[in-house]
Design a protein around this ligand. Structure first.
Ligand code: SAH
Ligand code: SF4
Ligand code: F3S
Length: 436
């Protein structure tokens, strides 16, 4: 097969970190002569970039791998690689259980892909290799030409008792701020308008300045209109960050601040390092400095030993805080984590019931918040034609990260900040009209 016929398909599960990793993978493969395809059909290489945060994510990967393995029986020249968090934890076992897998590599080995491609052996690459990240970060592939992901830190030191991430992504390490600024400048230079800083705990950043200082430096780059960041840990949220968000117009009015539970006793067993009361105080701090801030969160339903009254405290917390949106999950027992070995694991039935109640309560709150925006005007960054909305509407986001659909006018183009009046609020989006 000649090089110019090589085609790769990358299937991505999991968080933004994994999405960004897939961009790196695509960039490296393009450098090796691959075209990137958006379907697996006809691809000469398929990379499955996996997530192991919950069992469900793992099952989805296994069923896709099963499907591809059958395809490979018909087309033995198809190469299958497995990357991401499952590869880090189970790479070697996967090679044994799935002869169809040619090689696997963990999140800390992405920058070795160029060599792995030509390795004759079926190998699982899982060695921690932190240096490569800083050297070679600027791979030339990005999925979007307006909004860019920028890694600022890797790994996690927190060891929440339910979570695999510290085992798959290694210890916390921050990129030097000079590298981040230089990447952001380059992005502005080629027309990017929005940057989202990425890390498992972005506000624990310590690459030579504080996280708020980093935000401020990026906001001084001409051409960058908006800065977002994800995910923040409540324990490191302080007044400096709250006031920086409040005072700097380019820093978006949105924070994703996972609370996980409204019960302090569950939070202790989760090893979250804050009580619910402390979390609530931080919410008040944020709202004092940034009155319009949108706050979203993650909730785990049915952690081991969670009592009915713990669950009620979570529901009460949802009503007290009124999040703009939540991601809620049934607790999933994960290999090697402390919580997996805890007594009083709950039945799927209880977890499902609690999850359903959490979602019902929070959906009403989200919809009420979005309804309350009707009649108000917001700055929206235009992103393109709305995919879900007929009538030729366009969509964009408010600084609070809400999707707004609106009818364009003759001046509408991508990457502008326009004023939009909200006509109707829904659960997942807003309808609005341009204010000219
Ligand atoms: N670093 C981020 C989030 C990482 S994972 C943080 O600390 O907030 C994203 C979310 O997945 C977590 O916030 C948590 O709500 C959920 N999660 C992680 N492990 C889980 C598990 N074992 N079962 C169910 N949900 C889990
Ligand atoms: Fe997982 Fe906790 Fe680290 Fe988030 S802070 S990645 S939930 S261990
Ligand atoms: Fe999943 Fe790994 Fe991200 S487990 S959520 S892909 S850090």
């Amino acid at each position: 097969m000649t090089r110019d016929k090589l085609t790769a398909y990358i299937h991505t599960w999991g968080c933004q970190m994994n999405v960004r990793d897939s961009e790196h993978i695509k960039g490296i493969l393009k450098g090796e002569g691959y075209d990137i395809s958006d379907t697996p059909e006809g691809a000469s290489l398929v990379v499955l970039n996996t997530c192991s945060i919950r069992e469900k994510a793992e099952q989805k990967f296994l069923s896709e791998l099963g499907r591809l393995s059958l395809q490979k029986k018909k087309h033995p020249e198809l190469k299958i690689a497995v990357s991401g968090c499952i590869a880090q934890q189970q790479g070697r076992a996967l090679l044994k259980s799935h002869p169809s897998v040619d090689f696997s590599f963990g999140p800390q080995n992405i920058f070795g892909l160029k060599e792995f491609l030509y390795d004759e052996h079926r190998t699982a690459f899982t060695k921690e290799n932190f240096e490569a990240e800083n050297e070679k970060l600027q791979t030339p592939h990005r999925d979007n030409d307006l909004r860019a992901w920028v890694n600022i830190m890797y790994g996690c030191n927190n060891y929440c008792s339910y979570c695999v991430v510290p085992y798959t992504r290694g210890r916390e390490r921050s990129r030097p701020f000079e590298h981040i600024i230089s990447e952001a400048r380059d992005l502005a230079g080629i027309g990017y308008k929005e940057i989202t800083l990425l890390g498992q705990n972005v506000n624990s950043y310590n690459g030579g300045c504080t996280f708020p200082e980093l935000l401020t430096m990026i906001s001084n780059i001409e051409g960058i209109l908006r800065i977002r960041f994800i995910t923040s840990h409540p324990k490191d949220l302080n007044a400096e960050l709250a006031s920086t968000i409040g005072e700097n117009k380019k820093i978006c009015n949105h924070i994703h601040l996972p609370v996980q539970s409204g019960s302090s006793s569950v939070l202790t067993r989760m090893n979250r390092k804050y009580t619910y009361e402390e979390y609530f105080t931080k919410i008040q701090l944020l709202r004092k400095h940034v009155p319009d801030i949108a706050i979203t969160t993650d909730i785990i339903a049915g952690f081991p030993g969670e009592t009915d009254s713990d669950h009620k405290e979570t529901v009460r917390a949802l009503k007290e805080i009124e999040f703009d949106g939540i991601f809620a999950f049934k607790y999933s027992q994960r290999p090697n984590t402390k919580a997996a070995g805890m007594d009083h694991q709950l039945s799927d039935k209880i977890k499902s019931q609690r999850l359903a109640e959490i979602l019902t309560v929070s959906d009403v709150i989200t919809e009420n918040i979005n309804n309350s925006l009707e009649g108000r005007c917001f700055e929206v960054m235009t992103e393109g034609k709305s995919e879900t909305n007929a009538e030729n509407k366009w969509f964009g986001r408010t600084t609070s990260n809400k999707i707004v659909n609106f009818l364009p006018n003759e001046n509408t183009k991508r990457g502008l900040i326009v004023m939009v009046r909200i006509i109707e609020g829904f659960k997942h989006s807003l309808d609005g009209e341009l204010v000219v």
